[in-house]
Design a protein around this ligand. Structure first.
Ligand SMILES: NC(=O)c1ccc[n+]([C@@H]2O[C@H](COP(=O)([O-])OP(=O)(O)OC[C@H]3O[C@@H](n4cnc5c(N)ncnc54)[C@H](OP(=O)(O)O)[C@@H]3O)[C@@H](O)[C@H]2O)c1
Length: 287
């Protein structure tokens, strides 16, 4: 049996769909049983556990051949990242107590970076889980193509997309969540020893400019990408309600300056199959 956290979200849902398509038994780990009901109807065992509840996670992970661990995104962490440290400790104690056969942890591109930024949350969790003796895969995907869901309305209605990724002709390692889910489901079913890192991006790197031209093709209207000046980010993010925008700004700097990159660079990463056009088409249809 495979225990899947984050199953009501994008990646977790894809992982579960891939396992179910292969007739594998899935335990859906949800924080709200009502939201998990569609998964129960698909034949999943349904259990409730918050990512910060060690006791509930221990029960949820017990008896699992492999566990898929997804930590919900926190775009506005405290300056000392204490939320990630607490989650790391909780996860470690639950995995230690439940002793599943193997663990696949959804991390991120750039988890090895030494400069503090938003992704440091995954660096912290990787380090703490790295103290466990069981087989663990740290799956590090690139920037999700589905982040473009934030741009569908402005592309469609105004023909303008604001870009924090700059310069807009710089290729960025991006990946579709469908590829992450497919690869994660494969990894969960593999046998391996010790700890390993798997880095994953899409078939080719994507520039912000290409996002605009692809939207333009799909929408049948001109769409242009407009870089947001770096000096305005802090006040902009604060005006949007962020308390501590620095980690997010540093993460964007890391992509733009190239120090958020795969350990094995482009040559060393696995390549997915799903391209930008297919992802944007779906996002437009979902609007
Ligand atoms: N976006 C990117 O470019 C990118 C790149 C690399 C890595 N990542 C990482 O990918 C992960 C996000 O994946 P995603 O986009 O698939 O997430 P998502 O669609 O936002 O889904 C989040 C999932 O976490 C669940 N969740 C939220 N709070 C929870 C809690 N307190 N306890 C238990 N479960 C909780 C949600 O359940 P509900 O349905 O109940 O809310 C949902 O199933 C993050 O760790 C992020 O850092 C993202």
């Amino acid at each position: 049996m495979f225990a899947i956290t984050g199953i009501t979200g994008k990646v977790g849902g894809e992982v579960a769909r891939n396992l179910l398509a292969g007739n594998q038994p899935v335990r859906a780990v949800v924080r709200d049983l009502r939201k998990g009901e569609p998964w129960a109807q698909l034949g999943c065992d349904l259990v409730r556990a918050d990512i910060n509840d060690a006791g509930a996670l221990t029960s949820a992970f017990k008896g699992a051949e492999s566990v898929f661990v997804l930590v919900p995104p926190n775009f506005d962490p405290s300056p000392d990242f204490h939320e990630a440290r607490a989650t790391a400790t909780t996860l470690k104690s639950a995995i230690e107590a439940a002793r599943p056969g193997r663990v696949v942890y959804l991390s991120t591109i750039g988890a090895q970076a030494t400069q503090s930024n938003l992704l440091t949350q995954h660096t912290i969790i990787e380090q703490v889980l790295g103290e466990l003796s069981m087989p663990i895969t740290f799956l590090r995907p690139g920037w999700f193509m589905e982040n473009c869901s934030w741009d569908v309305a402005s592309a469609t209605d105004d023909g303008v997309i604001l870009s924090f990724l700059q310069p807009i002709d710089k290729p960025v390692p991006m990946v579709a969540t469908a590829d992450i889910g497919r690869v994660a489901a494969e990894l969960l079913q593999e046998a391996w020893k010790g700890h390993r890192v798997v880095e994953l991006e899409g078939p080719h790197r994507v520039t912000p400019h290409e996002i605009a031209t692809t939207f333009a093709d799909l929408l049948g209207r001109p769409v242009r990408m407009e870089p947001v000046p770096r000096e305005t980010w802090e006040s902009l993010f604060k005006s949007q309600g962020m308390k501590n925008p620095i980690p997010r700004i540093k993460m964007l700097d890391g992509f733009n300056e190239g120090w958020i990159e795969f350990e094995g660079a482009e040559a060393g990463s696995r390549k997915g199959k799903v391209g930008l056009q297919a992802v944007l088409q779906t996002l437009i249809e979902l609007r």
